[in-house]
Design a protein around this ligand. Structure first.
Ligand code: CP
Ligand code: NVA
Length: 311
């Protein structure tokens, strides 16, 4: 029997082969969803949200229903967690009721602690430093357009944030080149960069960071951007709006990469990180990308929770 990781916290839990297997399963599930309608029969996923969400919340909920299970939406503030009950105790208690826990929170450490004390799989639904579920859907979308990720050039223009980190990890694992184009003060985390560069040496993936926008997307296969102000950074939004001037993905920049597809994790701010013309233009695959959250996460849940969650 093939082994699979217990949790998805950063995607580093997955080997290249395990990640490619998961993506192959996502494609199968997308093609024949009814074949998997009992895959997680009677199982329950707890979903803890300490930040807002549209895609993550709805796609996990619908995904569990389509797999024969159920999802529980838990607002972090309405749990005892919001009144100071430790995350470790929350993990132990939830493990007695449910077969998987998905959490969207601030500090990445919270997800690590949850996983440490949980007896069932833990899925990171976004932290300040990682967003692996999004990148599963991104890789699925890239595969739909290019067949294989190895050797492709992805260029991410914007903040060196959670999306940038998870994209670098996804690229390094699949042999895709990844260039992060960001202002000097908004570079990706140095420790994560070091890890992915090393991993990239093994898979043939070149990971680089530059501040130069002009010419940066030439020969890109995928151009990606994300908001300039992430959840939890609202107080800095005015400064960020100013600091990111010149880093917008617009028609002028996309003209450097006429064959590339454009991706955005969403929600998008037209007129800030992306122009309306690019967002809604012919190179954009953002709606397929958003749809793939559903299929990729169903594959993820089948992979992690398929044996009832306990491994
Ligand atoms: N891309 C993404 O995670 O969207 P939500 O914040 O709506 O879940
Ligand atoms: N970087 C964004 C991603 C939203 C899906 C945020 O953290 O708000």
């Amino acid at each position: 029997m093939k082994t699979s990781p217990k949790h998805l916290l950063t995607m580093e839990e997955f080997s290249t082969d395990q990640l490619l297997d998961l993506l192959a399963l996502a494609a199968k599930i997308k093609k024949k969803p009814r074949k998997y309608k009992k895959a997680l029969n009677g199982q329950c996923l707890a979903m803890i949200f300490e930040k807002s969400s549209t895609r993550t919340r709805v796609s996990f909920d619908v995904g569990m229903t389509q797999l024969g299970g159920k999802a529980l939406f838990l607002n972090g503030n309405e749990l005892q967690l919001g009144r100071g009950e430790p995350i470790s105790d929350t993990a132990k208690v939830l493990s007695r009721y449910v077969q998987g826990i998905m959490i969207r929170t601030f500090a990445h450490k919270t997800v690590e602690t949850l996983a440490k004390y949980s007896e069932v799989p833990v899925i990171n639904g976004l932290t300040d430093s990682h967003h692996p579920c999004q990148v599963l859907a991104d890789l699925q979308t890239i595969l739909e357009n290019y067949k294989k990720p190895k050797g492709l050039q992805l260029v991410y223009v914007g903040d060196g944030n959670n999306m940038a980190h998870s994209l670098m990890i996804g690229a390094a694992k699949t042999g895709m080149h990844c260039r992060i184009v960001c202002p000097k003060d908004y570079q990706p985390d140095a420790a994560i960069l070091k890890i992915v560069k090393k991993e990239g040496e093994e898979t043939g993936s070149r990971i680089e960071v530059t501040q130069r926008v002009q010419g940066s997307v030439k020969r890109a296969d995928v151009v990606y951007t994300d908001v300039w102000t992430s959840m939890g950074q609202e107080a800095e939004s005015k400064k960020r709006l100013n600091d990111f001037q010149g880093f917008q993905v617009n028609e002028k920049l996309m003209a450097e990469a006429p064959e590339a597809i454009f991706l955005h994790c969403l929600p998008a701010h037209r007129g800030e990180e992306v122009s309306a013309g690019v967002m809604d233009g012919k190179q954009s695959r953002v709606w397929d990308q958003a749809e793939n959250r559903l299929h990729a996460q169903k594959a993820l849940m089948v992979t992690l929770m398929g044996s009832g969650g306990k491994k």
